[in-house]
Design a protein around this ligand. Sequence first.
Ligand SMILES: [Zn+2]
Length: 232
Amino acid sequence: MNLTNLFELQTIDTQLDAFRTEMAAIDSKIGQNGAVQSANQVVASIHNEIETHQMKLNLTMDEIERQRIKLAQSDSTLYSGKIRNPKELQDLQQEISYLKKSIADLEDNQLNQMIEMEELQNKMEQAKQSLNGIASQFETDQSQLSARKESLQANSERLLRKREVVLVSIESDLLTRYDGLRKRKNGLAVAALDNDSCSACGTQLTPSERQEVHQPSKLFFCPTCGRILYHK
Ligand SMILES: [Zn+2]
Protein backbone atom coordinates (compact mmCIF):
# COMPACT_ATOMS: atom_id res chain seq x y z
CA MET A 1 0.00 0.00 0.00
CA ASN A 2 1.45 3.31 -0.99
CA LEU A 3 1.29 5.60 1.99
CA THR A 4 3.35 8.41 0.50
CA ASN A 5 0.33 10.63 0.04
CA LEU A 6 -1.10 9.80 3.47
CA PHE A 7 2.25 10.61 5.06
CA GLU A 8 2.34 13.82 3.07
CA LEU A 9 -1.15 14.63 4.39
CA GLN A 10 0.01 13.95 7.96
CA THR A 11 3.00 16.25 7.46
CA ILE A 12 0.72 19.00 6.17
CA ASP A 13 -1.80 18.54 9.00
CA THR A 14 0.91 18.52 11.66
CA GLN A 15 2.23 21.79 10.26
CA LEU A 16 -1.28 23.27 10.09
CA ASP A 17 -1.93 22.26 13.72
CA ALA A 18 1.28 23.99 14.76
CA PHE A 19 0.28 27.12 12.84
CA ARG A 20 -3.16 27.14 14.47
CA THR A 21 -1.66 26.77 17.94
CA GLU A 22 0.76 29.62 17.31
CA MET A 23 -1.97 31.85 15.86
CA ALA A 24 -4.16 31.20 18.91
CA ALA A 25 -1.25 32.15 21.16
CA ILE A 26 -0.73 35.34 19.13
CA ASP A 27 -4.45 36.19 19.32
CA SER A 28 -4.31 35.95 23.09
CA LYS A 29 -1.46 38.50 23.13
CA ILE A 30 -2.78 40.97 20.57
CA GLY A 31 -4.26 44.05 22.24
CA GLN A 32 -3.21 42.88 25.73
CA ASN A 33 -1.68 46.13 26.96
CA GLY A 34 -1.81 45.41 30.71
CA ALA A 35 1.77 46.59 31.20
CA VAL A 36 1.03 49.90 29.42
CA GLN A 37 -2.09 50.38 31.55
CA SER A 38 -0.17 49.75 34.78
CA ALA A 39 2.53 52.23 33.74
CA ASN A 40 -0.21 54.75 32.89
CA GLN A 41 -1.77 54.25 36.31
CA VAL A 42 1.58 54.91 38.01
CA VAL A 43 1.88 58.22 36.08
CA ALA A 44 -1.71 59.17 36.97
CA SER A 45 -1.21 58.38 40.65
CA ILE A 46 2.00 60.49 40.84
CA HIS A 47 0.15 63.27 39.03
CA ASN A 48 -2.49 63.19 41.81
CA GLU A 49 0.23 63.23 44.48
CA ILE A 50 1.77 66.31 42.84
CA GLU A 51 -1.57 68.11 42.72
CA THR A 52 -2.29 67.37 46.38
CA HIS A 53 1.19 68.45 47.32
CA GLN A 54 0.92 71.65 45.28
CA MET A 55 -2.27 72.53 47.16
CA LYS A 56 -0.51 72.10 50.51
CA LEU A 57 2.41 74.20 49.26
CA ASN A 58 0.00 76.93 48.11
CA LEU A 59 -1.68 76.95 51.53
CA THR A 60 1.71 77.36 53.22
CA MET A 61 2.66 80.19 50.85
CA ASP A 62 -0.69 81.92 51.43
CA GLU A 63 -0.24 81.64 55.18
CA ILE A 64 3.28 83.10 54.95
CA GLU A 65 1.92 85.99 52.89
CA ARG A 66 -0.92 86.58 55.38
CA GLN A 67 1.48 86.65 58.35
CA ARG A 68 3.96 88.92 56.55
CA ILE A 69 1.18 91.45 55.96
CA LYS A 70 0.25 91.26 59.65
CA LEU A 71 3.90 91.66 60.60
CA ALA A 72 4.25 94.71 58.35
CA GLN A 73 1.12 96.23 59.90
CA SER A 74 2.33 95.57 63.44
CA ASP A 75 5.78 96.95 62.60
CA SER A 76 4.31 100.14 61.19
CA THR A 77 2.03 100.51 64.23
CA LEU A 78 5.05 100.03 66.51
CA TYR A 79 7.13 102.66 64.69
CA SER A 80 4.26 105.08 64.20
CA GLY A 81 4.67 106.27 67.76
CA LYS A 82 0.91 106.27 68.26
CA ILE A 83 1.01 103.67 71.00
CA ARG A 84 2.30 105.02 74.27
CA ASN A 85 0.80 102.60 76.77
CA PRO A 86 3.69 100.31 77.91
CA LYS A 87 1.40 97.27 78.24
CA GLU A 88 0.09 97.72 74.70
CA LEU A 89 3.62 98.27 73.41
CA GLN A 90 4.77 95.10 75.10
CA ASP A 91 1.86 93.15 73.63
CA LEU A 92 2.67 94.50 70.19
CA GLN A 93 6.35 93.59 70.52
CA GLN A 94 5.36 90.11 71.63
CA GLU A 95 3.07 89.74 68.67
CA ILE A 96 5.83 90.85 66.30
CA SER A 97 8.27 88.35 67.72
CA TYR A 98 5.61 85.63 67.60
CA LEU A 99 4.90 86.46 63.94
CA LYS A 100 8.60 86.40 63.04
CA LYS A 101 9.03 83.01 64.68
CA SER A 102 5.85 81.69 63.02
CA ILE A 103 6.94 82.96 59.58
CA ALA A 104 10.36 81.35 60.02
CA ASP A 105 8.68 78.02 60.89
CA LEU A 106 6.37 78.32 57.90
CA GLU A 107 9.33 79.08 55.63
CA ASP A 108 11.09 75.94 56.88
CA ASN A 109 7.93 74.08 56.11
CA GLN A 110 7.75 75.60 52.67
CA LEU A 111 11.34 74.62 51.94
CA ASN A 112 10.67 71.01 52.93
CA GLN A 113 7.54 70.96 50.82
CA MET A 114 9.48 72.31 47.85
CA ILE A 115 12.12 69.61 48.29
CA GLU A 116 9.39 66.97 48.42
CA MET A 117 7.83 68.50 45.32
CA GLU A 118 11.12 68.21 43.47
CA GLU A 119 11.34 64.56 44.49
CA LEU A 120 7.81 63.98 43.24
CA GLN A 121 8.65 65.67 39.95
CA ASN A 122 11.72 63.45 39.54
CA LYS A 123 9.55 60.44 40.30
CA MET A 124 7.10 61.66 37.64
CA GLU A 125 9.89 62.06 35.10
CA GLN A 126 11.03 58.49 35.71
CA ALA A 127 7.49 57.13 35.55
CA LYS A 128 6.92 58.92 32.23
CA GLN A 129 10.15 57.55 30.80
CA SER A 130 9.20 54.08 31.93
CA LEU A 131 5.74 54.49 30.37
CA ASN A 132 7.29 55.62 27.07
CA GLY A 133 9.61 52.61 27.06
CA ILE A 134 6.82 50.16 27.85
CA ALA A 135 4.45 51.75 25.33
CA SER A 136 6.98 51.67 22.51
CA GLN A 137 7.93 48.08 23.37
CA PHE A 138 4.22 47.24 23.24
CA GLU A 139 3.88 48.84 19.79
CA THR A 140 6.93 46.93 18.52
CA ASP A 141 5.65 43.64 19.97
CA GLN A 142 2.20 44.19 18.52
CA SER A 143 3.45 44.89 15.04
CA GLN A 144 5.76 41.86 15.21
CA LEU A 145 2.86 39.70 16.35
CA SER A 146 0.65 41.00 13.55
CA ALA A 147 3.37 40.38 10.97
CA ARG A 148 3.96 36.86 12.30
CA LYS A 149 0.22 36.17 12.23
CA GLU A 150 -0.06 37.36 8.64
CA SER A 151 2.79 35.10 7.62
CA LEU A 152 1.21 32.14 9.46
CA GLN A 153 -2.09 32.83 7.72
CA ALA A 154 -0.44 32.96 4.30
CA ASN A 155 1.44 29.72 5.01
CA SER A 156 -1.73 28.05 6.27
CA GLU A 157 -3.62 29.02 3.12
CA ARG A 158 -0.80 27.70 0.95
CA LEU A 159 -0.78 24.40 2.91
CA LEU A 160 -4.57 24.11 2.73
CA ARG A 161 -4.41 24.36 -1.07
CA LYS A 162 -1.68 21.70 -1.11
CA ARG A 163 -3.82 19.58 1.22
CA GLU A 164 -6.73 19.68 -1.22
CA VAL A 165 -4.47 18.33 -3.95
CA VAL A 166 -3.04 15.53 -1.77
CA LEU A 167 -6.51 14.60 -0.50
CA VAL A 168 -7.76 13.71 -3.97
CA SER A 169 -5.25 10.90 -4.28
CA ILE A 170 -6.15 9.17 -0.99
CA GLU A 171 -8.96 6.62 -0.95
CA SER A 172 -11.85 7.46 1.31
CA ASP A 173 -11.60 4.38 3.59
CA LEU A 174 -8.03 5.22 4.41
CA LEU A 175 -8.96 8.83 4.97
CA THR A 176 -11.68 7.84 7.44
CA ARG A 177 -9.22 5.73 9.43
CA TYR A 178 -6.72 8.59 9.29
CA ASP A 179 -9.25 11.11 10.62
CA GLY A 180 -10.32 8.76 13.42
CA LEU A 181 -6.74 8.08 14.47
CA ARG A 182 -5.88 11.78 14.38
CA LYS A 183 -8.68 12.50 16.82
CA ARG A 184 -7.58 9.77 19.22
CA LYS A 185 -3.83 10.13 18.86
CA ASN A 186 -3.29 13.80 19.57
CA GLY A 187 -3.27 14.75 15.88
CA LEU A 188 -0.65 12.22 14.81
CA ALA A 189 -2.16 9.27 12.88
CA VAL A 190 0.82 8.33 10.72
CA ALA A 191 4.30 7.84 12.14
CA ALA A 192 7.42 7.31 10.09
CA LEU A 193 9.48 4.22 10.65
CA ASP A 194 12.89 5.28 11.83
CA ASN A 195 15.59 2.55 12.06
CA ASP A 196 12.80 -0.01 12.46
CA SER A 197 11.31 1.96 15.35
CA CYS A 198 8.05 3.91 15.54
CA SER A 199 9.10 7.56 15.44
CA ALA A 200 6.08 8.52 17.56
CA CYS A 201 6.49 6.19 20.55
CA GLY A 202 9.94 4.70 19.99
CA THR A 203 8.85 1.06 19.92
CA GLN A 204 11.37 -1.19 18.18
CA LEU A 205 9.79 -3.66 15.76
CA THR A 206 10.49 -7.38 16.07
CA PRO A 207 12.02 -9.14 13.01
CA SER A 208 8.63 -10.56 11.99
CA GLU A 209 6.95 -7.19 12.34
CA ARG A 210 9.72 -5.73 10.24
CA GLN A 211 8.87 -8.11 7.44
CA GLU A 212 5.21 -7.27 7.78
CA VAL A 213 5.72 -3.53 7.65
CA HIS A 214 7.54 -3.82 4.36
CA GLN A 215 4.66 -5.63 2.71
CA PRO A 216 3.14 -3.06 0.42
CA SER A 217 -0.29 -4.70 0.37
CA LYS A 218 -1.61 -3.81 3.82
CA LEU A 219 -1.60 -1.22 6.56
CA PHE A 220 0.67 -1.83 9.48
CA PHE A 221 -0.10 -0.35 12.87
CA CYS A 222 2.47 0.29 15.58
CA PRO A 223 1.93 -2.53 18.13
CA THR A 224 2.36 -0.05 21.00
CA CYS A 225 0.75 3.27 20.06
CA GLY A 226 -1.57 2.02 17.31
CA ARG A 227 -0.50 4.58 14.71
CA ILE A 228 -0.12 3.74 11.03
CA LEU A 229 3.55 3.14 10.36
CA TYR A 230 5.00 4.61 7.20
CA HIS A 231 8.12 3.16 5.67
CA LYS A 232 9.94 5.72 3.55
ZN1 LIG B 1 4.20 3.76 18.06
